[in-house]
Design a protein. Structure first.
Lengths: 459, 166
């Protein structure tokens, strides 16, 4: 029976305070590490564990840390990516509101391992309770000598500052975050150079997700073997597969009886999460489609719910990846046209505008879906939408960052897995024009550039 | 005769001090720009062009550099002050699946405004938002610092009533 570790504290009264955190064993790991392990020891443990980033990309954390130059004079920066903005995702929020000290302990341990002198927590604007709780926890840490000069009397010093975002999804991208922290528009950078070599303020920088940092505490507390005993081992036929080890916070929302944040080993099936944690689809209905890992990962059909939610399962089912394990359930009464419209609006709004395929592609995709929804769609539009979706992104190699891949996947999965529904809708709502293949005029009252979500709401 | 040009400061000394307090955190002044924009947006309700010029002076940047950053983040109001209360009403996937779109329309109709607008008495501004990370209590809206969860028509009625009291 899996015992939660990430969510072990959250039910306690005042779980967010230093007193309660330490009473439960908090900062015991940090004390032991500072006394008896070198930064290289900590980094080696994280590397052996095969911990993979929980923010969406799943890049092996120890490997990312290993890109830091060994011989450059400092400073080195650690950025805590608390910009959690992927639709369907709220597990970082739960950790920061209810167990901020776990996040801070993970930050100090990771800062120690990477020899970072300053950690910036880039926190999305829309999490005011997380801001209060994190700041309160940071203040408690400074007073207790857990932060600042000579952490717990050791040679290691670390300052932690919270830096508040301004509602831009692209700031969750590590180089978008760095540009935003530097005080600029959040236009992601071309990699290489990677942030570990040239990052924040052009210094070596590591950007890690909140949940990833929390895992670091438990790897050092319970050991690498414990961590690797949980989850899905590497595919024996693929020497490059690091496996999917460790605990995961699954965010469940949408048409379920019990939406919420739940902890389990990596590799639970989508069905497990919906039934065991979520109490099943609501109102006695059946699932039509399920987002496996946050909106950008696309959709699973009802027949694909035995897909394991680890770093390989969703990919095998034609989705972008595990993403954030933000599971959104859509029942049999929900229209896939509405789903796709909502998704295209999100990505058109959040596209930073730097790369032409994403800026233009997301906008045209939105306009086409709006025209379809308004009853002026053509069957040809479905192929045009797929053409856009197949050609924007880092996977096809046409954009600087993966936002475009995230924009593309819901289009690909919705149209390819639910093509009948789209065709029926188009034929039914545009009986005279669905077969037209020549270009059609734009809609009369089109809102031509959706720069704000506000203008997309029709009163 | 001396001609003295009076330059009226839009940023009070309190605002300037709050911005300067952030400088020691960063090795560059430009990194204090987003915090500065937040301070000004909170205190003045928006960031007008005069503030852009004064922020630029404080941060040793060109006004165009400040405007470049400011205009990227649609979060900040530039044209006119926001209402005393700002509502961010989530419109993303999980909330939409549980009826947020109709509820936003309902709220706006009750207040007599469209999303993005402020009521004539400047009491409240309503903005449509992307995912607030409150999917476990959808539909949701962020009202200043407080998250309103599991919204229904009745809760919206009670919220609108509560605005009248203050």
């Amino acid at each position: 029976m899996y015992q939660p570790v990430l969510l072990a504290n959250i039910e306690k009264d005042n779980s967010h305070t230093l007193a309660v955190y330490e009473a439960g064993g908090g900062y015991r790991t940090l004390r032991r590490v500072l006394k008896g392990m070198s930064p290289a020891d900590v980094a080696a443990a994280v590397q052996s564990s095969n911990l993979r980033g929980r923010g969406g990309a799943g890049f092996p954390t120890g490997l990312k840390w290993s890109f830091l130059p060994k011989d450059r004079p400092g400073p080195i920066y650690l950025c805590v990516n608390a910009d959690e903005s992927e639709p369907g995702t709220f597990c970082n929020r739960v950790l920061m509101e209810l167990d901020p000290h776990q996040v801070i302990e993970g930050t100090i341990l990771s800062g120690y391992a990477t020899r970072a002198s300053t950690a910036y927590i880039y926190l999305r604007y829309e999490y005011p309770l997380s801001l209060r709780r994190l700041q309160q926890a940071i203040d408690e840490c400074y007073r207790a000598g857990l932060l600042g000069k000579h952490v717990l009397g050791s040679e290691y010093s670390l300052d932690v500052y919270i830096h508040r975002g301004a509602a831009a999804y692209v700031c969750g991208e590590e180089t978008g975050l760095i540009e935003s922290l530097e005080g600029k528009r959040a236009w992601p950078r071309i990699k290489p150079p990677f942030p570990a070599v040239e990052g924040l303020f052009r210094k070596p920088t590591v950007v890690n997700n909140v949940e990833t940092l929390a895992c670091v505490v438990h790897i050092l507390d319970r050991g690498v073997d414990w961590f690797r005993s949980i989850g899905t081992p590497p595919d024996p036929h693929d020497p490059r597969d690091p496996g999917s080890f460790g605990p995961k916070l699954y965010c469940l929302s949408g048409h379920v009886s019990r939406p919420g944040c739940y902890e389990g080993p990596l590799g639970l099936t989508c069905r497990d999460v919906i039934e065991e944690f979520g109490g099943g689809v609501w109102k006695g209905r059946k699932a039509k489609a399920v987002v496996p890992g946050g909106l950008s990962t696309g959709l699973l059909t009802a027949g694909e719910l035995d897909t394991r939610l680890d770093f390989t399962g969703p990919v095998q089912a034609g989705c972008l990846g595990l993403g954030t394990a933000g599971v959104i359930v859509l029942d049999e009464t929900y229209s896939m046209i509405d789903f796709l419209h909502n998704s295209c609006r999100f990505f058109a709004h959040e596209s930073c505008g730097q790369c032409t395929p994403c800026r233009e592609g997301t906008q045209w995709a939105l306009e086409m879906v709006e025209r379809i929804k308004a009853g002026r769609g053509r069957l040809r539009d479905l192929d045009l939408l797929l053409e856009i979706a197949d050609t924007i992104g880092i996977i096809p190699g046409t954009t600087i960052c993966g936002l475009a891949d995230g924009a593309a996947w819901p289009i690909k999965n919705a149209i390819r897995k639910f093509r009948d529904e789209f065709e029926d809708y188009i034929r039914r709502t545009n009986p005279a024009g669905y077969g037209v293949t020549e270009p059609v005029p734009a809609m009369g009252e089109v809102v031509s550039r959706q720069y704000s979500v506000d203008s997309s709401v029709h009163i | 005769m001396n001609h003295v040009a009076t330059h009226r400061q839009i940023l009070s000394s309190e605002i300037v001090d709050a911005i300067r307090a952030r400088f020691p955190r960063y090795p560059t002044r430009q990194a204090a720009l987003l915090p500065a924009l937040h301070v000004v947006n909170e205190r003045l309700g928006y960031v007008p062009p005069e503030a852009v010029v004064e922020i630029a002076e404080l941060l040793e940047l060109a006004p165009a550099e400040v405007q470049d950053t400011l205009s990227f983040y649609g979060f900040f109001a530039q044209d006119q002050p926001q209402g005393r209360t700002t509502v961010w009403f989530c419109q993303s996937c999980s909330c939409a699946a549980r009826g947020s779109e109709g509820l936003l329309v309902y709220l706006c109709k009750k207040l007599g405004i469209r999303p993005g607008q402020t009521t004539p008495d400047r009491r409240v501004t309503v903005r449509a938002a992307e995912c607030l990370g409150a999917c476990d209590s959808a539909p949701a809206m962020l009202v200043d610092d407080v998250l309103h969860k599991d919204l229904t028509g009745e809760k919206i009625d009670r919220f609108v009533e509560s605005l009248k009291g203050e």
